[in-house]
Design a binder for this molecule. Structure first.
Ligand SMILES: O=C(O)CCC(=O)C(=O)O
Ligand SMILES: [Fe+2]
Length: 331
């Protein structure tokens, strides 16, 4: 069922002797493990002072970390459990079926693995994914109706959670309270189901190469295997899995919208040695013609639309193997 990574990317592995002289190639093992700021969202439903404390912690985490975890969130555990189970089933089909038969009946290119544009080993991701624009979830056929139902249930609750959090964060940086309601429609977000197969070369290759997310906000549901790392204060830090919590991170669009008050932090996933790892990411995104412009002046970024941003990401990835990101739009 695993994609033929080694076979397809053999030339990159052969060049690796030279590449591994690069010091970052030895940085896979990081001793430091951290607990991300943990925010109990239940307090949003309690009295004024509890709510204010919760809001304060969320804004502080978004400023200082760009990453946090939430518990007592709006996504029921049963929905998370069922999507995890269905995701596992979908990935456990033979590779040829996933790659050639479009089993979920999604748009072309929804099933992805490795990085077809990688020019060196550091740009390879030893993982496979189903990338699902939410406009497409209804196309999933009846053979996968429980997957379709869990995706739809998850997407509905995840969209509500991201909208509520985005509004709380936005208020502090002058973004209109109706921005998300007007620009983030039920079908404009994306879901990505990720699987990281066991990797015999885990000291040489990433599970998911370092990147920032192109979203406004991202929700990640990771399993217990671990491997997610974020870049903080000049080093990589392991994010300890917490089974009760969802990981939330600021995406590129919110960084620009907040004029860098909130940071879209670089993160990556180490390839597991023995176990397979699964994660699910929900990318909260606006329509393509949504204009991203900070209310904080002077603005560091020129005004751009989400569509323009994605087109730039596509061009950069095609040309260099990796994304440049929001710095492309600096004034
Ligand atoms: O697998 C993870 O924990 C993170 C996934 C991720 O960063 C992504 O899909 O953008
Ligand atoms: Fe990510």
């Amino acid at each position: 069922m695993d994609p033929p990574f080694h076979e397809k990317y053999k030339p990159l592995f052969n060049n690796c002797v030279i590449l591994s002289k690069h010091k970052d190639d030895f940085l896979m093992n990081v001793d430091e493990e951290c607990e991300l700021p943990l925010i109990d969202l239940q307090r949003l439903t309690l009295n004024y002072s509890e709510r204010e404390q919760c809001v304060k912690e969320m804004r502080q985490a978004a400023r200082e970390w760009g990453f946090f975890q939430v518990v007592n969130h709006w996504v029921p555990q049963e929905i998370l459990k069922s999507i995890q189970l269905e995701q596992r089933k979908a990935f456990h089909h033979p590779f040829s079926k996933k790659a050639e038969e479009n089993i979920l009946n999604l748009s072309a290119n929804s099933y992805r693995w490795g990085n077809p544009r990688a020019t060196c080993l550091r740009q390879l991701s030893w993982s496979e994914a189903f990338h699902i624009p939410l406009t497409d979830s209804s196309r999933i056929g009846d053979a996968y109706k429980s997957l379709r139902a869990s995706i739809e249930a998850f997407a509905t609750t995840a969209a509500k959670l991201t909208k509520d959090m985005a509004e709380i964060l936005a208020e502090d940086v002058g973004v209109s309270s109706t921005f998300f309601q007007e620009n983030c429609l039920p079908g404009t977000s994306y879901l990505r189901m990720n699987r990281y197969p066991p990797c015999p070369f885990s000291s040489k290759v990433f599970g998911l190469m370092p990147h920032t997310d192109s979203s406004l906000l991202t929700i990640v549901n990771q399993d217990q295997i671990g491997g997610l790392q974020l870049w903080k204060n000049g080093r990589w830090i392991n994010v300890k899995p917490n089974p009760e919590a969802l990981v939330i991170n600021i995406g590129d669009l919110f960084q620009a919208l907040s004029n860098d008050v909130y940071k879209s932090i670089k993160h990556r996933v180490l390839a597991p040695q023995q176990d397979e790892r699964f994660s699910l990411a929900f990318f909260y995104c606006p329509t393509c013609d949504t204009e991203i412009e900070s209310c904080i002046k002077p603005s560091m970024y020129r005004k751009f639309t989400f569509g323009e941003f994605m087109e730039q990401v596509r061009k950069d990835t095609q040309a260099t193997g990796s994304k440049v990101g929001v710095s492309r739009f600096l004034m």
